[in-house]
Write a protein that binds this ligand. Structure first.
Ligand code: FES
Ligand SMILES: [Fe+2]
Length: 390
């Protein structure tokens, strides 16, 4: 049978190419302090990291702060209309230059300590009492330091601390059409509606895995799923997109055939999740930000289309909170489980955890298989363990 042959072929390929290793994750990956510290340099400082949506810095002078690999950044729409990211640290004595989370700088940023002032292109424009520095001092030698890379994709702003990073679209690879599909629109463009964050006591990778792992949904969320008016769709696919991954749920086979996506969860490696609910036209971003080996902040963003009326915006917010919020139908179940997992994983037993569902299938499998998780681990292991990255 053709299907059986394909399964056997995928299985042989997976096992022969070392993919079989990806089916087992060492407990230390979630609990080791040295590995956590290495991740900051090898994973977060090397990959493209989400820094905001263009609608958050819509006008020249609009800014927002971000934190990547523990470093403070400032994302700014310049007077020339371009979006740039700077390290948010003063060239004088190093203070944070802009302390507000978001806002409009009115043309320049003034450091609160000694009032050095920078324009929206990062140039140092004013130094009080400059005579004290002598003739050698030239303002043009002290601009804000620009983050090496800053690129946008359908309004999503990504930055990389690695000057040698491949271009964003190359990094997105097989994820590109899926992300484009979520964020492109024939009508009104998406814009940021609201954001909030919460913290939980578990390793960041558990939350990433949870967001693209469909196996738990009908079990952990069985009560929540019963409350949903339309019930829970149990048809869908899980996709391995190289280092990125995706779950694509659909109500019916017809939907899949016609490429109508009811609900899609995308994981852009390593920590950017984009969730779309078609039935309500709700788009949400989860950015998973590690704080410590066993502590994580998740920043949620809710987006709506620009022409959404006020009343409908309120409904979107309500759906967003009731479904994904920390006290919502699914959020609470997941957060509690992540903490129980972290506690369980601390057991010093010689027993790796299994990431094996669907290993013998092709890169496209059923929604309850773990194709997206193994894609994540492929990317993580390459950055963490390959010799060229040491
Ligand atoms: S530290 Fe910023 S002006 Fe002195
Ligand atoms: Fe869940």
């Amino acid at each position: 049978m053709a299907h059986q042959a394909a399964v056997e072929e995928a299985s042989r390929t997976n096992i022969a190419s070392g993919e079989f290793d990806l089916a087992f994750a060492d407990r230390s990956y979630y609990t080791s302090q040295p590995l956590f510290e290495a991740e900051q340099d090898k994973v977060f400082a090397r990959t493209w990291q989400f820094a905001g949506h263009a609608s958050e810095v819509a006008e020249p002078g609009s800014f927002k702060r971000a934190k990547i690999a523990g470093q403070p950044l400032l994302v700014v729409r310049g007077e020339d209309g371009g979006i740039r990211a700077f390290f948010n640290t003063c060239r004088h004595r190093g203070a944070i230059v802009e302390t507000r989370e978001t806002g409009q700088c009115g043309g320049s940023f003034q450091c609160l300590y000694h009032h050095w002032r920078y324009d929206t292109l990062g140039q140092l424009r004013a130094v009080p009492m400059p005579d004290g520095y002598g003739d050698w001092f030239r303002r043009e030698d002290y601009p804000l330091v620009q983050v090496p890379r800053c690129e946008t994709f359908f309004g999503l702003i990504f930055v990389s601390l690695d000057p040698a990073a491949a271009p964003l679209e190359e990094f997105l690879g097989a994820m590109k059409p899926h992300l484009a599909k979520q964020y492109s629109t024939s009508g009104s463009p998406w814009e940021m509606l609201a954001t909030y964050s919460y913290r939980f006591k578990a390793n960041w990778k558990l939350f990433v895995e949870n967001s693209v792992e469909g196996y738990h949904a009908p079990f952990l969320h069985h009560l929540a799923m019963r409350q949903l008016a339309g019930g829970f769709s149990i048809e869908g696919r899980a996709l391995d997109l190289g280092i990125h991954g995706m779950i694509d749920w659909a109500d019916t086979k017809e939907n899949i055939e016609h490429d109508v996506r009811v609900q899609t969860h995308l994981l852009v490696f390593p920590n950017f999740l984009s969730l779309y609910h078609g039935e309500r036209d709700v788009l949400a971003i989860r950015q998973v930000l590690p704080e410590a080996v066993g502590a994580t902040t998740v920043r949620f963003y809710s987006l709506v289309r620009h022409d959404t009326p006020k009343e409908a915006r309120d409904q979107v917010l309500s759906h967003f909170n009731l479904f994904w919020g920390p006290g919502g139908r699914n959020g609470a179940d997941d957060a509690l489980t992540m903490e129980l997992m972290q506690e369980g994983l601390a057991a010093k037993v010689d027993a790796k955890v299994l990431v094996a569902r669907g290993l013998d299938k092709s890169p496209v499998s059923d929604y309850y298989d773990e194709q997206p998780l193994r894609a994540f681990w492929r990317g993580w292991r390459k950055l963490m363990f390959s010799e060229t990255n040491s």
